[in-house]
Design a protein around this ligand. Structure first.
Ligand SMILES: Cc1ncc(COP(=O)(O)O)c(C=O)c1O
Length: 423
């Protein structure tokens, strides 16, 4: 019996799935520890690993990972707060948002939180602000876009010619301009690229990192000293969603990097990594109950409670993010008989809200359970990215006899805040 199956049976015995709790996400905290062991074993000691908090910002997940000794890569003030509250050492946090406000930048400089600059306008802001914080220990560098092209999923490919991320070094004059920014500003001591994510071949990612290293070496050579001491090579290791096998492994990626970008392994630079999906995805899965079933146009439809609200990518881009599912009886036995072409549907009111479409599954019945695998990253932990919500406000506009008034009608809150504000 698989570990997931054991967990599912335990959850059924403990009556965790009720009429009120119709979807449960499980995170294997032991599994997370093992993934970090694999990561540490694959790379030498001068690699400093961080977890990309956007992949799963649940506090217990973060606490488990911070106890493993790694750092955190955060992309919003909400993620920063979550990481700090989970015990990550500030010296091991790196702030990566492409839309940092002046306040975000001040906080980083004031509290010596490392950050990557996305663009020249942000750089100009920091060049001015840093004079207010002459003693900051924040490690600062540009994020570059090596413009090496797209992987199989364009929406997660970050190094296309026109990607919104980073400083595009292939555009006319940009490489030289970036080098002069470094030479004129010795506080730029790091350089970063995240040239991948799901769907990118490892060789393509290595090519982007190769460009990063070439640039760092050129800047240091022209400075005549090692100004850049840290290379941040991002995350992006793809995950196998087709079977339980972990493929590629961290070791596979390390082997390709060692062959294609050997400088990374000499110890000349500290190397930062920012893996998210590869650490968390296979350590999580969901279970939901089948509420109803029906036949439509010859298809068996099983309506469950897991859909776009917690499976955004699969619901909106099903071809790019297919997900593995299995059916279980109400007492937790794996269903194996009577396969039929099935749509496993979510609860949201739009037609594409499907967990799996036209897949052959043993016939599902009401009160069966569906396990949805490899969902430990960017699925049930990310309800439309609630940690970035506190910055969103909604105003109501009305015109009366006194003229127009604009009033705050809602500041977005997490569900638990909404509930506690109501009581
Ligand atoms: C800068 C940066 N680092 C790390 C990550 C984590 O990527 P992944 O979860 O694919 O490892 C992302 C994801 O978008 C990112 O933009």
């Amino acid at each position: 019996m698989t570990r997931e199956h054991q967990i599912l049976q335990h959850a059924i015995q403990d009556r965790l799935l009720t009429d009120d709790t119709t979807v449960i996400g499980f995170m294997d905290l032991d599994g997370l520890g093992r993934s970090i062991d694999d990561l540490n074993a694959a790379f030498p000691d001068h690699f400093q690993h961080t977890f990309a908090v956007k992949a799963n910002s649940l506090r217990h997940v973060l606490m488990t990972l911070s106890h493993c000794g790694i750092g955190a890569e955060v992309a919003s003030p909400g993620e920063l707060t979550m990481a700090q509250s989970a015990g990550f050492d500030t010296a091991k946090i790196i702030f990566d948002s492409p839309a940092k406000t002046m306040d975000d930048l001040r906080q980083c400089l004031k509290h010596s939180i490392a950050f990557n600059l996305d663009n020249e306008q942000e750089f100009e802001r920091v060049a001015t602000l840093i004079k207010e914080y002459p003693n900051t220990n924040a490690i600062i560098g540009f994020r570059i876009n090596p413009q090496i092209g797209s992987g199989a999923i364009s929406s997660t490919s970050t190094a296309t010619n026109t990607s919104k991320f980073g400083y595009p070094i292939g555009d006319a004059g940009n490489r030289e301009r970036l080098i002069s920014h470094y030479l004129d500003h010795p506080w730029l001591t790091s350089i970063h690229t995240h040239a991948g994510s799901q769907g990118c071949p490892l060789e393509l990612m290595a090519q982007g990192i190769g460009e990063l290293v070439k640039l760092a070496e050129e800047i240091n050579a022209r400075r005549g000293a090692q100004q850049i001491t840290r290379l941040d090579i991002g995350g992006g290791l793809p995950v196998n969603f087709a079977s339980p096998e972990v493929k590629p492994t961290f070791q596979d990626y390390a082997d390709i990097l060692r062959a294609d970008v050997p400088v990374l392994f000499t110890g000349k630079y500290t190397v930062k990594t920012e893996f998210g999906r590869a650490i968390a995805a296979k350590n999580g899965f969901m279970v939901t109950r089948v509420e109803y079933t029906k036949q439509a146009g010859g298809r068996h439809i099983a309506t469950t409670h897991a859909g776009a609200q917690i499976m955004t990518r699969t619901a909106f881009l099903p071809a790019a993010w297919p997900i593995r599912v299995q059916g279980f009886t109400p007492d937790g036995q794996l269903k194996t008989a009577d396969p039929v072409q099935t749509d496993v549907a979510g609860p949201c009111c739009f037609a594409a809200d499907l967990v799996a479409k036209d897949v052959s599954l043993p016939r599902l019945d009401p009160n069966d359970y569906v396990a949805i695998y490899d969902t430990g990253a960017y699925y049930f932990s990310n309800h439309f990215d609630y940690n970035s919500l506190p910055r969103i406000a909604v105003y109501g506009v009305s015109t009366g006899s006194d003229g127009m008034s604009i009033d705050l009608i809602r500041r977005a809150e997490t569900l638990s805040e909404v509930v506690s504000n109501m009581s």
